[in-house]
Design a protein around this ligand. Structure first.
Ligand code: FCB
Length: 436
């Protein structure tokens, strides 16, 4: 593990999100989110799984926090379920929901773990979707009110606030391909949604700072480099376009205050004067979620990616070098704030045998991706921390419970959590780091 020694101040963490782990969807005043509605529609999620119970974290949070502490991590990234704290997305606050996150944050601090809060990890209150969701400009103000209230409530204790998790996913998978909630298939709506997400991020940062909250503020983007499958002009052009839509469409307004322009890129008709200045608020950090690269092939059938390091159970190519490539490319193209790898991990077909889960492919994935992070740091990229996705197996959106990303295996019948070999490996790796 000698090649995996990081600076003493480097933050080691694990990540989860509310709808994927909490369950208790109709308890203590929580109202439905778009994911409750979506997952209950037959055929939308593999096996028709829903987040109704998930990992039952809402009831088991104390032992889950003990489990996190046992890993020896410095930091935990989780999200707040908006419909738990403000059930209708506007108006009344729910004291029971607010109390849950108060206790969670305090419980983390008692255990010496820094709470990194994501405000929006996809569980929009259904009541707001009924009024147009993120396609409606009014939802921007609703989010700003919610974000400000959370920042004022938890800002004295949280280590950071990220406004959005992966706006590309909300926009494209939620509103263009319809694979995720709310399940719309309209590219024009998807562009509006993307713009409103970014605008709500910028306005939330302005409001939180104006209120005097000093907690570091940022956003989390899912990003990948795009590799042309061949050296043909067509494949090169496709890779450039895919990179523009996946990475530049979000990075550029945030970091340069403009949308990428090219004749074949869509225009954003929701853009109003002043929006870009609002979006481009200074970031205290940028979160990057990285899983795989984009492989751009115009051939029919497509030229297959090489898959030299294997694939995950999601079918995604393991491509650690892509993380170095991505981070160095971002540093080349943009003025960057400090970076956190807010998600990285792999789904594996894990089974418990004699109380053990021998997930060597995951250990290999983590090892090679951490090496890739180090390579980027050696090249001058300012990476401050790494959060493994995920703490435990959970509701993997439209893949349901079949895909397991956790360091802890979850038996959904008994809710028993079993540390996988990768959990032991991660704990040993963290133990070996120089102390701060
Ligand atoms: C990311 C999501 C996260 C998880 C991983 C596998 O896109 O942010 O919730 O599902 O993928």
């Amino acid at each position: 593990m000698q090649d995996l020694i990081f600076p003493p101040s480097f933050q080691w963490g694990v990540a989860t999100s509310s709808y994927q782990i909490e369950g208790a969807v109709s308890e203590d005043g929580r109202a439905p989110s778009i994911w409750d509605t979506f997952s209950h529609q037959p055929g939308k999620v593999d096996n028709d799984d829903t987040g109704d119970v998930a990992c039952d974290h809402y009831h088991r949070w104390q032992s889950d926090l003990d489990m996190i502490k046992g890993l020896g991590v410095d930091a935990y990234r989780f999200s707040i379920a908006w419909p738990r704290v403000q059930p209708l997305g506007s108006g009344a606050w729910n004291p029971l929901g607010l109390g849950f996150y108060d206790r969670l944050v305090d419980g983390l601090l008692e255990r010496g773990i820094a709470p990194h809060v994501t405000l929006y990890h996809w569980d929009l209150p259904q009541a707001l979707q009924d009024k147009g969701g993120w396609a409606a400009r009014d939802t921007v103000q609703r989010f700003v009110d919610y974000a400000l209230a959370m920042a004022e409530r938890l800002g004295d204790r949280a280590a950071s606030f990220a406004t959005h998790n992966e706006p590309w996913v909300t926009s494209v998978l939620g509103n263009q391909t319809g694979l995720f909630a709310p399940g719309l298939k309209d590219p024009v709506i998807a562009r509006r949604v993307a713009h409103h997400l970014l605008l709500s991020h910028g306005m939330a940062l302005q409001a939180i700072r104006a209120a005097g909250v000093k907690t570091p503020l940022g956003i989390v983007l899912n990003q990948s480099p795009a590799t042309p499958a061949t050296s043909s002009a067509e494949d090169i052009a496709l890779a450039a376009r895919e990179y523009a839509l996946f990475v530049r469409w979000f990075a550029e307004p945030l970091l340069l205050g403009r949308y990428p322009e090219a004749p074949d890129l869509p225009i954003c008709e929701a853009l109003q004067p002043g929006d870009l200045e609002t979006i481009a608020q200074p970031l205290d950090f940028l979160g990057i979620n990285y899983y795989t690269r984009i492989w751009s092939s115009t051939s029919n059938p497509p030229v297959p990616a090489p898959h030299a390091c294997g694939t995950s159970d999601m079918g995604w190519e393991n491509y650690p070098e892509g993380l170095t490539e991505l981070l160095c490319g971002l540093k080349r193209d943009y003025p960057l704030p400090p970076i956190f790898i807010t998600e990285n991990g792999m789904a594996n077909r894990d089974v418990v045998i004699d109380g053990k889960v021998d997930d060597q492919p995951r250990i290999e994935y983590m090892r090679t991706h951490l090496q890739a992070v180090k390579a980027a740091m050696n090249a001058g990229v300012d990476v401050r921390g790494f959060f493994y996705w995920s703490l435990m197996d959970n509701f993997e959106w439209s893949s349901g419970y079949a895909k397991r990303f956790g360091l802890f295996h979850v038996d959904y019948k008994t809710q028993v959590r079993t540390p996988k070999e990768s959990a032991h490996w991660y704990r040993r790796l963290i133990e070996q780091q120089p102390s701060a």
